[in-house]
Design a protein around this ligand. Structure first.
Ligand SMILES: [Zn+2]
Length: 332
């Protein structure tokens, strides 16, 4: 290639949209993709995030685009906002800011396939259990609030319930080591105890094109469901749900056609196509994953796990895909 042509390409890079930069990035040969320009930057995820951010830097405090570069610190380019004076780097304000073990980050992304619990992930990456926990949560937080399009056509909505959990909360755990006798006693009263634990409602709505919306609710009410689903389902779509007082006015408020199923009297399908079996299958899988595979998660992290599951259910998991998703999330 002539040097003039090459210079033209270089000049056009800052004018590209993040999507175009992504396409360009993918066309680069693997050797160029995995090049490590700086000894500090061992993570492809961080490298990619920084690369995109540098094309369109945005103030983390006031969202201004009047930004100057402002030297480097710890191997990261810093930026200065000409409007509010804030200095920051590409990771500021994201779950990846101040990440200590960043050389393990890419390796940890491999454990985000939804099939690896904390201990095996810690062993696989050679990190402590605490670090494994923090890395998982930072990566989960990256996709937690992503949405993948409105529901349309035939949509289904239903709630399921999880027992309130304070898992991992050291302050609430009994510091005394319990003997075998008290453990036996505890097993006997387990069912009784479980019955008294508050239930946390989780709403899931989905359509037949694998779009999913979910939320942890305070209670099942028309108002709460409406606030979660407002603008999330294309007007004119059909919403299928189980007969429940909270659902009655929901479809009307969202300008949707309602199809009510009376599951309590065995009604499973209406007019051959309207049912809530897709959403109920999603619930079953969610419960197996959270209660069975992870042996429960703390209620305060429930929404985060819902987001991770939503990501896994709507994408074919791959390292590259995860890197792209997390980057687009923070540069758009
Ligand atoms: Zn600013």
């Amino acid at each position: 290639m002539q040097s003039q042509q090459f210079e033209d390409i270089l000049r056009s890079v800052p004018l590209m949209s993040p999507e175009q930069v992504g396409v360009l990035h993918k066309t680069l040969p693997p050797a160029a993709n995995s090049a490590k320009p700086d000894a500090h930057d061992e993570s492809r995820l961080l490298e990619r995030l920084k690369f995109y951010f540098d094309q369109h830097p945005l103030c983390v405090r006031c969202r201004s685009t009047h930004i100057n570069r402002w030297g480097t610190k710890d191997g990261h380019q810093r930026y200065y906002c000409k409007d509010c004076g804030k200095t920051f780097n590409a990771m500021s304000g994201t779950p990846l800011s101040h990440l200590r073990v960043r050389e393990k980050l890419d390796q940890y992304v491999e454990c985000m396939n939804g099939e690896t619990t904390l201990r095996p992930a810690a062993r696989q990456c050679g990190v402590s259990l605490d670090t494994s926990f923090h890395m998982r949560h930072r990566l989960m937080a990256l996709v937690e609030n992503d949405s993948y399009g409105q529901l349309s056509g035939i949509a289904e909505e239903d709630e399921t319930f999880f027992h309130e959990s304070h898992k991992g909360d050291r302050k609430l755990q009994n510091p005394r080591k319990r003997g075998a006798r008290s453990q036996r006693k505890s097993r006997n009263t387990k069912t009784e105890k479980k019955a008294s634990v508050p239930l946390i409602p989780v709403m899931v709505a989905c359509d037949r094109n694998h779009h999913v919306i979910d939320a942890v609710l305070k209670k099942v009410s028309t108002e709460e469901l409406q606030s979660q689903l407002e603008g999330q389902i294309l007007a004119g779509s059909t919403l299928c749900f189980d007969a429940h007082l909270a659902h009655e006015h929901l479809a009307e408020k969202l300008s949707l056609t309602a199809k009510t199923l009376v599951s309590s009297s065995g009604e499973r399908v209406k007019e051959g196509i309207y049912h809530i079996q897709t959403v109920n299958a999603y619930h079953s899988e969610l419960k197996r994953w959270i209660n069975g595979f992870f042996k429960g998660v703390a209620t305060k992290y429930l929404q985060r796990y819902l987001g991770w599951k939503r990501y896994l259910k709507t994408h074919t998991f791959s390292i590259e895909g995860f890197l792209d998703q997390t980057v687009f999330h923070h540069t758009n």
